[in-house]
Design a binder for this molecule. Structure first.
Ligand SMILES: C[S@@+](CC[C@H](N)C(=O)[O-])C[C@H]1O[C@@H](n2cnc3c(N)ncnc32)[C@H](O)[C@@H]1O
Length: 402
């Protein structure tokens, strides 16, 4: 044990940063200005990691976490703070990373999540030996939970009744919409199912169950209504997890598309941003790799009466080499790994006037901004608090051609 370590800041994962004999140590659940006694759990050449054994001095900003699983479940990293302090943390995190990477940035604005508890519309859980929960951080041991404070009430109703699924082991993904409807996706080594459907249907509005990729009840999709649009979403199509923030994202997209522009929307999912952009653009081209998502997109354009969108199925990295149409505005919303080399080269070759880059991974976003900085200037940057109480954040960037 090392006694009396002063915490000077938080790192980008929300861990307290201290020093022992001039070597940096990262300590979970330790806040700036706190003094803690520490057990070292990892000792590497240039840094250590540790756990708090005792708090000698407690920060005035620390709150009693409202979640009973906070210290063991790896999900919410910042539930030691009031909401407004979590937002300050996120602004500081972006500021520090921009500074470290010499990103020439405009002011960092933030759009808060007005419903910052019970906000997630999707949750993936583990079931092990008939218990349900999440893996403890960096382990395969289950933290069994009865409630999740960041999942919406419909998900929590499923959680409360998960025993009706009669599953011993597997993964359960619960997807829901604003109408409290539920789609369950189960992956399990168990080949026979014994779900108590009639009781489950009494507890929640079940629209479907997909069991090891087969629809065994209802349908394999659900609908969501947002921003006056209706979206069909298949069980394996992406949809943003936070409806309030997604509406804010839609408003930003609508405000930033110029009338009569030609838009290319890469990584387009079920066509959400394309459909919003199509309100002002002359033509929108959408590229997405998941077949169901493209089919959803085509359907969604039709039911929302948008007839100026063309959908292309395929891998962005490959498709971009064959795109022959002209476009002046590029929407990018890639998965966590960000853009690949081909796509960066494509952008540098086509040089659209405006790029709207939406990202859920600050590190790959910064990497890509650096690769584009000789030709593009970051004009606008916003944090969208899509993943409240976790260290994750969604970025909304507008880049203009130099
Ligand atoms: C962060 S989501 C964004 C989806 C959409 N823009 C939205 O807001 O709902 C990223 C999307 O990229 C798709 N994707 C991942 N890798 C891809 C690739 N190499 N080529 C095309 N699409 C890809 C995923 O299936 C997912 O739908």
């Amino acid at each position: 044990m090392v006694e009396g370590v002063l915490i000077t800041s938080l790192d980008s994962f929300g861990r307290g940063v201290g020093h022992i004999n001039n070597k940096v140590i990262f300590i979970k659940n330790a806040l700036p200005s706190e003094i803690v006694d520490v057990k070292i759990t990892q000792d590497k050449k240039s840094y250590s990691e540790g756990e708090v054994l005792k708090y000698q001095k407690i920060s005035s900003k620390r709150i009693k976490s409202p979640c009973p699983y906070f210290s063991i479940c790896g999900g919410c990293h910042l539930l030691f703070y009031n909401y407004s302090d979590t937002l300050d943390f996120k602004i500081q995190k972006v500021h520090d990373l921009f500074l470290k990477n010499k990103i020439n940035n405009p002011p960092i604005n933030l759009i808060p999540n007005l419903s910052n508890f019970y906000y997630r519309n999707k949750l993936s859980l583990k079931i092990i030996n008939s218990q349900i929960g999440f893996y403890e951080e960096k382990t395969h041991s289950l933290v069994a939970i009865e409630e999740c404070l960041i999942a919406n009430k419909t998900i929590n109703a499923v959680l409360k009744n998960y025993q009706l699924l009669n599953l011993e082991n597997g993964n359960l993904t619960i997807r829901t919409n604003s109408n409290n409807e539920v789609l369950l996706i189960i992956e399990t080594p168990e080949s026979n199912y014994n779900i108590d459907l009639s009781k489950l249907k009494e507890k929640v509005k079940l629209v479907g169950i997909v069991y090891n990729n087969k629809t065994i009840y209802g349908q394999d999709f659900y609908y969501e209504r947002l921003h006056n649009f209706l979206f069909k979403i298949s069980y394996n199509s992406f949809f943003q997890v936070n409806n309030f923030i997604t509406e804010e994202l839609f408003k930003l997209i609508e405000n930033h598309i110029e009338p009569n522009s030609q838009v290319l929307d890469l990584y387009s999912g079920v066509g959400t941003l394309s459909i919003v952009a199509s309100l002002k653009a002359q033509m929108v081209y959408s590229v997405e790799i998941v077949q169901n998502a493209i089919l959803n997109g085509i359907f969604n354009a039709k039911i929302n009466k948008r007839n100026n969108i063309k959908f292309l199925l395929g891998d962005v990295s490959k498709i971009v080499s064959n795109l022959s149409f002209a476009f002046d505005t590029l929407i990018l919303d890639p998965p966590r790994k960000g853009l690949d080399k081909n796509t960066i080269n494509f952008i540098k070759n086509k040089l659209p006037t405006k790029i709207i880059y939406i990202s859920c991974n600050l590190n790959t976003l910064i990497r890509d901004l650096k690769l584009l900085e000789e030709v593009y200037t970051l004009k606008e940057y916003k944090i969208l608090d899509m993943f409240s109480y976790t260290y994750h954040l969604e970025s909304f960037c507008v880049l203009n051609l130099n």
